[in-house]
Ligand binder design. Structure first.
Ligand code: FNR
Length: 187
């Protein structure tokens, strides 16, 4: 059966480059199913609201992650770190402590920037946060996309640069293998 991958984009911007990169993933690796999991309607994390099921948007968000075999985070870097909206979303997915949907969930991290350094710093922080949630972040392989404005077509909103397309395709294929490895580990 094909794997179900959840994609979480760490930018809420209408014309987000990271959203465009994320939009390109399903056509690059069509052997998986994909669900785009929105973080736009999540409230700011507040432990007072974090009871059994949480507010409705949180409930739906957690259920969406639960139904996936793994999640790919596609995110920009803000001020050399993780965007607040993404950190907020990961915090909501990290509770309740013993049953949180990220526990033992395979995860991968991708990031794009118009700048030169490919979101290295934000990816370090995202990995650190995912590690704290007990999800299994795919080790070693990294997917940094620099100078993204040269690599996308803003009309079709898709990734057009051939080298990056192949690189992204290989990353997602490796992620599918990683899901299989984690499933064996979880048995
Ligand atoms: C940025 N940007 C940015 N880029 C980067 O490579 N490193 C950084 O530290 C920052 N810091 C930063 C802070 C803030 C508040 C903003 C708004 C932007 C630029 C960022 O990469 C650029 O705006 C991207 O286009 C954002 O990603 P999306 O929304 O296009 O996916």
């Amino acid at each position: 059966m094909s794997k179900r991958i959840g994609i979480i984009v760490g930018s809420l911007r209408e014309s987000s480059f990271n959203q465009m990169i994320a939009n390109s993933i399903p056509e690059l690796v069509d052997s998986a199913e994909y669900e785009f999991i929105s973080i736009a309607n999540l409230p700011l994390y507040n432990a007072d609201l974090d009871h059994e099921e949480g507010p409705d948007p949180v409930k739906h968000y957690r259920e969406a992650i639960q139904k996936t075999d793994g999640i790919l985070i596609v995110s920009p870097e803000y001020n050399s770190g993780i965007p607040g909206v993404l950190k907020n979303a990961l915090d909501w997915a990290s509770t309740p402590t013993k049953t949180a949907v990220l526990i033992h969930k395979p995860a991968g991290v991708i990031g794009a920037t118009p700048g030169a350094k490919g979101t290295i710093l934000s990816q370090q922080q995202i990995r650190q946060t995912l590690d704290a949630t007990q999800s299994y972040v795919m080790p070693a392989q990294k997917m940094y996309i620099s100078q993204v404005t040269d690599k996308i077509d803003s009309n079709t909103r898709k990734l057009t640069d051939d080298t990056t397309r192949k690189y992204l395709q290989r990353y997602v294929q490796s992620f599918l293998q990683w899901i299989n490895q984690v499933e064996r580990l979880n048995e």
